[in-house]
Design a protein around this ligand. Structure first.
Ligand SMILES: Nc1ncnc2c1ncn2[C@@H]1O[C@H](COP(=O)(O)OP(=O)(O)OP(=O)(O)O)[C@@H](O)[C@H]1O
Ligand SMILES: [Mg+2]
Length: 482
């Protein structure tokens, strides 16, 4: 019972596999070939079908006529032979048979048999084939009998007719079917030639028609490929008012819409970039201002507060107050340190004064103290000349974000930073050996660090590749042209 469903589904599976195989071959050829193939197939099928049918019908009709002819010839022979047999005129009987042979080119032989079954006369010359005698018999009450016999030169229609109602013997005549075959073959050849000519004309016409039909489709295909590659300025000539023409018009409307949408997109992207650039510049300016303020105002105030505390400590007449002065001084000193660090974090003056290499060196030294992390820093080609200030700022912030991420998320033992200036480009590689992450899933409003790295690089026409897999650390590769 369990095998029953299998048995019923298998032929279907085979059918569909067969169809799939057929379609993998037929579906792969061009529309032009498909149409030509269909036309050629139909013409050949029709031609061969008609030829076979006409051959069959003609052969049957001619064979029926041959049979009638053989019967009437045999009857004629029997009628004319009656008297000659009765008077036993062998010479004239010979003459009669020869005449029958000469008058009818399809007659292959004729002979007369007496009532005892002995051959009276025949047209075989020497050696009468005896088995011919038994090959055809007329029924006792019959008028005639016709059988087909095989011979070296094809089929023979053999007709036997009783002479004088059987009382004087039997007349036999053999008609060859050769003439029928000749006519049928001639007609077949003519039909094949006609089919050949019609096929050629049909194929030429089909080739022209398919060219007319497929040309606009090819135009559409090329235009669609160009659109796929981002060229929206495609316009296809609608060749006719048919469905393909309508398709071309719809395609043109679509590409025009796409071109418009693309222009709007580019415009919006430009605006976004400009806005982003302004935001980043404003942010840097603001950080610079706050850093300067912290350094110049708050730092100065705290320094002078410390000096005053020192002086007050020295001049204080109450020795019990001295430890409190010391505590206060230490607190102010720590705050001063924090303010300094904050100001450097916000905008390292080294970046403006001494350049990227010095600022990064200082930042990495700070990080080494702050995080339990071994950090390698290699800088190649940065000593000779300064980079443009926007590039320096961007690279500094990118490294800053990269290292902060490593400290916050990576659980890494070592991090390495490599900055190399070569062939008009700066390339930065920030790597760690931490837990990594699925780089395909970093999106979300709060995750701005990696997004910021990309934006900063792209604003300077650079590129960013972030490679990571869970458990295999993270590599950030940034390239910015100078
Ligand atoms: N070096 C790293 N190792 C492991 N995971 C990381 C690393 N860098 C980034 N990630 C993962 O990618 C996420 C996105 O990082 P991104 O810097 O964009 O955001 P964030 O650090 O979480 O927030 P912020 O916007 O403050 O930077 C992180 O939350 C973290 O899961
Ligand atoms: Mg981050």
């Amino acid at each position: 019972m369990a095998t029953l469903p299998q048995a019923t589904t298998r032929p279907k599976e085979q059918q569909s596999a067969l169809f799939d195989y057929f379609w993998s071959l037929a579906g792969a050829v061009s529309v032009r070939t498909k149409i030509l193939g269909i036309v050629l197939g139909l013409v050949i099928l029709l031609g061969v079908g008609i030829t076979i049918q006409v051959r069959e019908t003609l052969h049957n009709a001619l064979a029926a006529r041959l049979q009638e002819q053989s019967v009437s010839a045999a009857r004629d022979l029997a009628a004319r032979a009656t008297d000659l047999i009765l008077i036993n005129d062998l010479y004239d009987l010979h003459q009669l048979l020869n005449e029958t042979l000469v008058n009818n080119p399809d007659v292959r032989y004729a002979f007369l048999v007496d009532t005892n079954g002995e051959v009276i006369v025949h047209t075989f010359g020497e050696g009468f084939p005896l088995d011919l005698l038994t090959a055809n018999r007329v029924a006792a009450d019959g008028h005639h009998a016709t059988v087909t016999l095989d011979s070296d030169e094809g089929q023979i229609w053999d007709t036997a007719v009783p002479i004088f109602e059987g009382r004087a013997g039997i007349a036999r005549i053999g008609f060859s079917e050769n003439s029928v075959h000749t006519v049928v073959s001639r007609l077949t050849n003519q039909m094949l030639i006609t089919i050949g000519i019609v096929s050629t004309v049909g194929i030429l016409a089909a080739a022209f028609l398919t060219w007319v039909v497929t040309r606009p489709i090819l135009d559409l295909k090329q235009a669609a490929q160009a659109v796929g590659q981002g060229d929206f300025n495609q316009w296809v000539q609608p060749w006719a008012g048919d469905e393909i023409g309508e398709l071309a018009k719809a395609f043109n409307v679509m590409t025009a819409d796409l071109a418009r949408a693309e222009a709007q997109h580019i415009e919006r992207e430009e605006l976004r970039s400009q806005l982003l650039e302004k935001v980043i510049t404003a942010q840097e300016e603001e950080r610079k201002r706050i850093a300067r303020e912290l350094h110049d105002e708050t730092g100065q105030a705290l320094t002078s507060l410390m000096m005053h505390l020192h002086k007050m400590n020295q001049q204080c007449p109450v020795p019990e107050l001295k430890p409190q002065f010391d505590d206060l001084r230490q607190l102010v000193s720590r705050t001063l340190n924090d303010v300094h660090n904050l100001s450097v974090e916000l905008r390292p003056s080294a970046l403006d004064d001494m350049g990227l290499a010095a600022a990064l060196q200082r930042y990495v030294n700070d990080c080494r103290k702050r995080y339990p992390l071994e950090i390698d820093l290699a800088m190649i080609g940065l000593d000779n000349a300064r980079l443009p200030s926007t590039t320096e700022t961007a690279l500094y912030r990118i490294v800053q974000e990269g290292l902060t991420n490593i400290a916050r998320h990576a659980q890494a033992k070592t991090a390495s930073i490599m900055i190399e200036r070569r062939h008009g480009r700066v390339r930065a590689i920030i790597e760690d050996d931490g837990i990594g992450f699925d780089s395909g899933k970093t999106s979300g409003k709060e995750r701005l660090g990696l997004y910021g790295i990309r934006e900063r690089a792209e604003l300077l026409n650079g590129s960013v590749i972030i490679e990571s897999e869970p458990g295999h650390g993270v590599t950030i590769l940034v390239e910015i042209p100078i």
